[in-house]
Write a protein that binds this ligand. Structure first.
Ligand code: UDX
Length: 459
């Protein structure tokens, strides 16, 4: 069994290719991106993903993986071809299918023996019908047979290797029994539920999962705002919810809103094709509206503090975390980038720090100063906003942060710091879904003998 992966230098293609190779399957990762393929041939990974580098080294050592820019030779040499190219969001909210369609055409034009074609890219429901049309139209030898499979991925950035090696389930959607057997054989080492279904349902499963996850996040983010208004703590509320077996505590952390290349894109695409088929998507639309509100709330908080607290007229604000979540260098659709975009309109100096992201798009890079660590980032700052839940931020020396800041004020959008510790040191501390605590208030309620530094006025 020989597998090729088209889009093999992209996020999903690379993890899938390296993952399959680590199981002992011969894999060809093919991609038209010359620099990424060249880098991979020289052992340079284009993404920051835990555990991927040793897996690649192992696959190369065992001669189970090759990287090439020749799609045609990859197609000719393999009997299972994965399509794992991107389906980015078009300006009109649809998934841009050009790379998928081009991959299907290329396969049809170059195949010389029967193939099993597996669509791993997230594609609008019903795409397999279009895929059949394209393959049939472009097949050079019309007598050649092929099977089509929808095999959606559920990899999370930052834990993609773990997710690949221990998936919760594997979804295989096809009208061909032979192709289903072949995929079951490919994935035989995984003793997890295999959901065998029709291709339309397989395509829909991916959208339903991402829509549900996004809904859960918008729900908890809305609960957080309500908690703040009612003087309740979202952390205590989650504690009381999570033991309910119907709910659980996972994927329920409030924050600056969901980002990344998938949830928002898939929701928009789902709304777009569902409404064009006459379905009502009112609830899904409000999930997006709620998500956008999370950044507005941070801006409202900053403006409120600029007006009511003794910030200097052009204060320095520090933002910690640029990637859309921890353990990835991906800034696509990152809440921090949205925040920076909005901050352009406000008269503030901005310093940023991220453990792995050292560069921002040109439109934003002129606006910010990149610090080399969190401590130099907060120097003389009037507000420190924690945007990403990197471990490095969880273990910061808060006393040093306090000493370095012009005004000891933290907005912890991810609830990653110890409220108690921040309180003891004397920060003005605000976490999503919790009431803001001011040093005086805290010390009245604390028996810790710490004298808080006064809220210094810096002009
Ligand atoms: C998601 C899906 O989880 C994955 O199955 C799919 O294949 C691709 O899209 P990913 O975008 O990599 O994966 O990350 P995920 O961990 O789902 O986080 C998405 C966003 O939600 C991030 O911005 C993250 O910070 C945010 N999030 C997640 C929260 O705000 N709170 C949480 O509890 C979990």
């Amino acid at each position: 069994m020989k597998v090729s992966v088209i889009g093999g230098s992209g996020y999903i293609g690379l993890v899938t290719g390296i993952g399959l190779a680590s199981l002992g399957i011969s894999v060809i990762c093919a991609d038209i991106n010359i620099s990424k393929i060249q880098g991979l041939n020289e052992d340079r990974l284009p993404i920051h993903e835990e555990g991927l580098s040793p897996l690649l080294a192992k696959a190369k050592r065992k001669k189970k993986i090759v990287f090439t820019t020749s799609l045609s030779s990859a197609i000719k040499q393999s009997n299972i071809i994965f399509i794992a190219v991107g389906t980015p969001l078009s300006p009109n909210g649809e998934a841009d299918m050009s790379q998928v369609l081009s991959a299907l055409r290329t396969i049809a034009e170059h195949m010389e023996t029967p193939k099993t074609i597996v669509i791993k890219s997230t594609v609008p429901v019903g795409t397999h019908k279009l895929a059949h049309e394209i393959i049939k139209k472009h097949l050079k030898n019309k007598n050649l047979t092929y099977d089509l499979v929808s095999n959606p991925e559920f990899l999370r950035e930052g834990s993609a290797v773990k997710d690949f090696l221990s998936p919760d389930r594997i979804v295989i959607g096809s009208d061909s029994k032979k192709a289903i057997k072949r995929l079951e054989c490919l994935y035989k080492t995984f003793s997890v539920p295999k959901v065998i279904t029709d291709p339309t349902s397989a395509e829909m499963i991916k959208y339903a999962c991402n829509a549900y996850l996004a809904t859960r996040l918008s729900f908890i983010n809305e609960m957080s705002e309500i908690c703040e208004k009612m003087d309740a703590s979202i952390l205590n509320v989650i504690e009381g919810m999570k033991y309910d077996k119907r709910i659980g505590g996972h994927y329920l952390n409030p924050g600056p809103g969901f980002g990344g290349p998938c949830l928002n894109k898939d929701l928009q695409s789902l709304i777009r094709f569902s409404t064009s088929h006459g379905a009502n998507t009112e609830m899904l639309q409000s999930v997006i509206t709620r998500n956008n509100r999370q950044i507005d709330r941070i801006i409202e908080y900053i403006i409120h503090n600029l007006k009511s607290k003794s910030f200097p007229s052009n204060p320095k604000i520090t933002i910690l975390g640029l990637s859309f979540k921890a353990n990835t260098n991906d800034t696509r659709n990152s809440p921090t980038l949205k925040l920076l975009q909005s901050l352009k309109k406000i008269n503030v100096k901005i310093s940023v720090y991220d453990p792995v992201v050292k560069k921002l798009p040109d439109t934003l890079s002129t606006l910010v100063h990149h610090a080399s660590n969190p401590y130099s980032a907060v120097e003389n700052s009037s507000l420190c906003i924690l945007m990403t839940e990197w471990d490095e931020f969880k273990s910061m020396d808060l006393q040093s942060i306090y000493n370095l800041m012009a005004q000891p004020h933290i907005l912890d959008t991810r609830n990653i710091l110890s409220h108690e510790m921040a309180n003891q040191i004397g920060f003005y501390y605000k976490a999503t879904g919790c009431k803001e605590s001011t040093p005086n208030e805290i010390f009245e309620n604390s028996n810790m003998p710490v004298i808080p530094r006064s809220y210094r006025k810096v002009m």
